[in-house]
Structures are given as structure tokens and as C-alpha cells.
Design a protein around this ligand. Structure first.
Ligand code: ADP
Ligand code: MG
Length: 292
């Protein structure tokens, strides 16, 4: 395309709240054959809320929530924020943590009131040999409802099951349909567990998804599709998504996402809506048509 038509295209996209950082991205967008969408914060709002607190030992609901929230104060993960927020709503006073550690793709650990706490997913509990077998079914039931179950353990013993739900953005279904109607293969990618991922994918009409993907493995999924011959678009909001956004043929960041994601992407969706993806592709196609 001529520099002039690219400028016009970039301007048109900007009117729709789609900021295209470079002319090359505008030209490549029309060639995208596969679009990878991160789940949390991209397809969903990214503001999960606590939905279930199931005490499994001596502590009551407030007791287990206070412990989990005390531990999560040190984490910036959206799941952590939902736990801390829920404790604040109940006006629980939080303690202090020693030896806090965030385990990417798994959860968090630390010492609270001289107990060693672990809070996170099934994978974390298995790796630390916490017995959760009696409660797996309940966790699976919550996951099948698109909730994310997390386990709290103290000194190797299970204390509670806490679940959160993250609402799907109101227009995600329609925006995903637009991509599919354009002949684009839409794939969902998430660190969340398989059952929750399946429930969300079903709700938004995505048939192909990768779940339980560790942060460092997200970009490998982009490479995998590229090796299959796809021209890959990647859309995400998190620090975790940055390498995948950089590797993709066109990276799209959610405007309300983290700075690292925005800096790694070619395009920023200022309105946070996934409609920006089909808008960008439409502008790109129109721009390339104009020069022929
Ligand atoms: P995503 O951003 O797709 O949720 P992550 O890799 O950040 O992916 O997290 C994957 C999973 O690891 C989460 O679904 C959750 O089960 C667990 N996890 C990660 N961080 C935390 C945390 N701070 N507290 C509890 N669980 C966590
Ligand atoms: Mg995300």
C-alpha cells in the first residue's frame, strides 16, 4: 500500500478506537488466518469476584478468607485482587506474610501466623502433595459453571475451596462470531484449568482451546500455529501475554491491560472490546483493496 493509503487506514482505525502502531501491522492484519485470544481479561472482564467459600477444616468462611487474603496481598494477579476485595467487603483485618512467593501459573505461598500457607490450583496442590481427592468433584462442578476453583492449604492440610467467577464481556460472543465469519480460525489460550476453560470456550462459541498453559509457554503456542502455516494474530492483556504478543504476526493488546502487553503489541484496542479485531482487519482489507 502507498504511505498515503496506510496513513488513511491508520486514521480510520483510530476513529474506531483501534490504535495501530505501525504501517506494517496494518498491512499484515488483512492476512491473519488464525487469532489466538487470551481468556482472562481479554474474552472476560478480568475482574473476577468470589462466588463460593467452602471451609473444609476448623476455620469458618471468614477465617479461611482472611488467611487467603492475607497471603494474596503481595500478588498483583487479578485472582489475588478478587480475594483481597472480598475480604475487605467483609471488613476482615488482614495480617502480615513472611516469605511470600508467587508461583507462576500455580498460585502463591507464604507464612502467616507461623503457618505455611499455599493457595492456588489443583496443579499446585498435587506438586506439594496436598490431598484434595475428596473435593475434586465439587471443584469440577464449579469449573463446569465457568468458575475458577482454588485451594487453600496450611502446613500440608486442605483448609478450604474458594471459587471466583469472571464475567464474559457483553460483546465477546458477537465479536468472536465476526472473526469466524471472516474465515479466521479462533483459538483460546489460558493458564486456567481445563474444565473452566471449556465452559468459557463453549459459552463464546470457540471450539479450539489450550488450557493450563504456563506463562512461559504462551508464545510457544503462537509458534506452533505459525509452523502450521497460519498468519497468527494474538490478543492479550497480561504481562504473561507479552512474549506471545511480540512473536505473533500481529499482536493486539487490550487498552485496559498492563503496560508491558501494550508495549509488546502492534495494535491497542482502546475500548477493550474484541470488536476492535474485526474492525482492524476490515480497515486493513479496505486499505489493501484501494491500492490495486
Ligand atoms: P491466566 O492469566 O490465564 O489466569 P495464569 O498463568 O496467571 O493464567 O494463572 C493460571 C492459574 O494459576 C490460575 O487460573 C490460578 O488457578 C493459578 N494462580 C495463578 N496466580 C494465582 C494467585 N495469585 N492466586 C491464586 N491462584 C493463582
Ligand atoms: Mg489475561
Amino acid at each position: 500500500a502507498t504511505p498515503m493509503s496506510v496513513m488513511v487506514g491508520v486514521g480510520k482505525a483510530a476513529e474506531a478506537g483501534v490504535l495501530i502502531r505501525n504501517g506494517q501491522a496494518l498491512q499484515t492484519a488483512s492476512k491473519i488466518t488464525a487469532m489466538i485470544l487470551d481468556k482472562t481479561g481479554t474474552i472476560t472482564e478480568g475482574t473476577p469476584k468470589v462466588t463460593e467459600i467452602v471451609p473444609l477444616a476448623v476455620e469458618d468462611e471468614a477465617g479461611v478468607l482472611r488467611l487467603a487474603a492475607t497471603l494474596e496481598q503481595g500478588s498483583e494477579h487479578p485472582l489475588a485482587q478478587s480475594i483481597v476485595e472480598s475480604a475487605k467487603e467483609r471488613e476482615l483485618s488482614l495480617g502480615s506474610v513472611e516469605g511470600f512467593n508467587a508461583i507462576a501459573g500455580h498460585g502463591v505461598e507464604g507464612r502467616v501466623e507461623s503457618r505455611t500457607l499455599l493457595f492456588g490450583n489443583e496443579k499446585l496442590m498435587r506438586e506439594r502433595q496436598v490431598d484434595i481427592d475428596q473435593h475434586l468433584e465439587q471443584a469440577q462442578t464449579l469449573a463446569a459453571q465457568a468458575q475458577t476453583p482454588m485451594y487453600l492449604a496450611a502446613d500440608g492440610k486442605l483448609l478450604a475451596l474458594i471459587a471466583v467467577a469472571d464475567p464474559i464481556k457483553a460483546d465477546s460472543v458477537a465479536a468472536i462470531q465476526r472473526l469466524q465469519h471472516n474465515g479466521i480460525r479462533v483459538v483460546m489460550l489460558t493458564g486456567d484449568n481445563r474444565a473452566t476453560a471449556k465452559a468459557v470456550a463453549d459459552q463464546v462459541g470457540i471450539g479450539e482451546f489450550f488450557a493450563e498453559v504456563l506463562p512461559e509457554d504462551k508464545s510457544a503456542k503462537v509458534a506452533e500455529l505459525q509452523q502450521q502455516g497460519e498468519v497468527v494474530g494474538m490478543t492479550g492483556d497480561g504481562i504473561n501475554d507479552a512474549p506471545a504478543l511480540a512473536l505473533a504476526d500481529v499482536g493486539f493488546a487490550i487498552g485496559t491491560g498492563t503496560d508491558v502487553a501494550i508495549e509488546s503489541a502492534d495494535v491497542t484496542l482502546m475500548r477493550g472490546s474484541l470488536h476492535g479485531l474485526a474492525d482492524a482487519i476490515a480497515v486493513s482489507r479496505a486499505t489493501l483493496r484501494n491500492i490495486r
